[in-house]
Design a binder for this molecule. Structure first.
Ligand SMILES: [Zn+2]
Ligand SMILES: [Zn+2]
Length: 83
């Protein structure tokens, strides 16, 4: 069985904002935000899903990251790990 290490609190990931160099923190699974943010995020999700379709698409979890400095958002595909 595969689980997402971020969703399960096993690991925390931070990224550097490409806009301002600030700290981007994990906001959770993108699917939890769909509906609220869809027009903007849909494009990113489609792009991401396309990129991993041929590899391990069933064992990934797409997370939303938000910058603490300028509120920029991005998505990142997290590989799930076997438990
Ligand atoms: Zn996750
Ligand atoms: Zn920023």
């Amino acid at each position: 069985m595969h689980v997402c290490p971020l969703c399960n609190g096993m690991r925390t990931v931070q990224r550097t904002c490409s806009e301002c160099g600030g700290e981007m923190t994990d906001q959770g699974k993108v699917v939890d935000f769909m509906g609220d943010y869809s027009p903007y995020l849909d494009i990113e999700i489609v792009k991401t899903v396309d990129g991993v379709r041929d590899s391990t698409s069933s064992n990934t979890c797409v997370h939303l990251f938000q910058c603490l400095g300028c509120d920029a958002q991005m998505t990142e595909v997290i590989l799930e790990i076997s438990k």
